[in-house]
Design a protein around this ligand. Structure first.
Ligand SMILES: *Cc1c(COP(=O)(O)O)cnc(C)c1O
Length: 341
């Protein structure tokens, strides 16, 4: 398989049209078989449920080339099951989980020429998504849906070196109790755009959202979960029913405990105790972990001892171990790597 002539190391995080994508339609109560197509455009009614009432959800995952030349995806079964949860909460039909994983593999295989080579730092980003496609004018769930998966190569996240983030405690809320914070709904992102543009205008990289009921506990950012390291070396992550259950975060907590022998805790984290933490990071598929150097709470700065130039030592170990597992340099726990080729 000849790879595309792409400058892998200098790719950013953007969309590039690749050769094939998967499309399956839901009609009369059933999903069709689905096909790979070269057509990158979606044509739907002007009154489609997704356009009028935002009935849509998505997933995000990656394919990697391992050290020994295989192409793998990381825990795709967890993306399938999270998408099931998203669909159920949005009154959308579930795309069967086993078929989801199969379709992901098909898309990666069909775009093998776009899977970045080992060592380039780049990866193939995979975007499964679903939306209500038939006309809906009264507020109700659509009757027809489309499930699609495309893939696009993305560059190394820490191009030009690691740069710890500066984030602010945000006055806007991300998720209400009993709302949709725990699912990957497009609407959660639409309503976060105002706050992130404002944060960027004020010179911050990200927003730290607090629990909207009491505004005392740490939730997450617009697209990544928090992980903290205490001064006595415990790895702590906020527990809340309104944060999105990051697969990266769950994997890092496992790695901390089982590979690094660290104590781990998933519990409520008060904003008040953040100043006593030794390290802070943001976890998600895009970066695995981005170190946070500073949190600004309305003029009060919390500066982590790990500083503004590098990852803290525990964050770094976690990062190296998980990326080592993903790239096949470190033995993965049973079932974590789905070998495609
Ligand atoms: C997707 C997402 C994450 C990260 O989840 P991963 O499975 O690790 O990629 C975290 N928070 C939000 C709000 C997200 O949408």
């Amino acid at each position: 398989m000849e790879k595309k002539n792409i400058d892998w190391g200098n790719l950013g995080f953007g969309y590039m049209q690749t050769d094939k994508r998967f499309v399956s339609n839901y009609k009369n109560g059933a999903w069709d078989e689905g096909v790979l197509t070269e057509d990158a455009n979606v044509v739907i009614s002007e009154c489609a449920g997704v356009l009028q009432y935002a009935q849509t959800c998505f997933e995000g995952m990656k394919a990697y080339t391992t050290e020994d030349g295989h192409i793998v995806t990381f825990r795709p079964d967890l993306n399938a099951s999270r998408m099931k949860d998203s669909c159920e909460r949005l009154q959308m039909p579930v795309f069967p989980e086993d078929k989801f994983v199969e379709a992901v593999c098909k898309v990666v295989e069909a775009n093998e020429a776009f899977v970045p080579p080992y060592g380039s730092g780049a990866t193939l980003y995979i975007r499964p998504y679903m939306f209500g496609s038939n006309p809906v004018i009264g507020v109700k769930p659509a009757d027809e849906y489309q499930f699609r998966i495309f893939a696009t190569p993305v560059g190394p996240y820490f191009k030009g070196g690691v740069k710890p983030l500066t984030i602010r405690v945000c006055d806007y809320d991300r998720a209400a109790p009993h709302g949709t914070g725990h699912i990957k709904a497009g609407l959660n992102y639409a309503m976060s755009l105002y706050a992130i543009v404002d944060a960027h205008n004020q010179g911050y990289d990200e927003n730290m959202y607090l629990d909207s009921a009491t505004r005392t506990y740490v939730e997450e950012t617009g697209g990544a979960n928090f992980l903290f390291v205490t001064k006595d070396g415990k790895v702590v992550t906020p527990k809340s029913s309104t944060i999105l259950p990051s697969i990266t975060r769950r994997s890092l907590m496992y790695v901390a405990k089982e590979y690094l022998g660290l104590e781990v805790e998933e519990r409520q984290v008060a904003l008040e105790e953040v100043k006593d933490m030794a390290e802070c990071g943001l976890c998600g598929t895009a970066a695995v972990i981005s170190p946070v150097g500073k949190i600004v709470d309305h003029g009060t700065e919390i500066c982590f001892p790990s500083g503004m130039t590098e990852m803290g030592p525990v964050t770094k170990k976690l990062y190296e171990t998980l990326t080592g597992i993903q790239m096949g340099r470190i033995e993965a726990p049973e079932g974590w790597l789905k070998v495609i080729k």
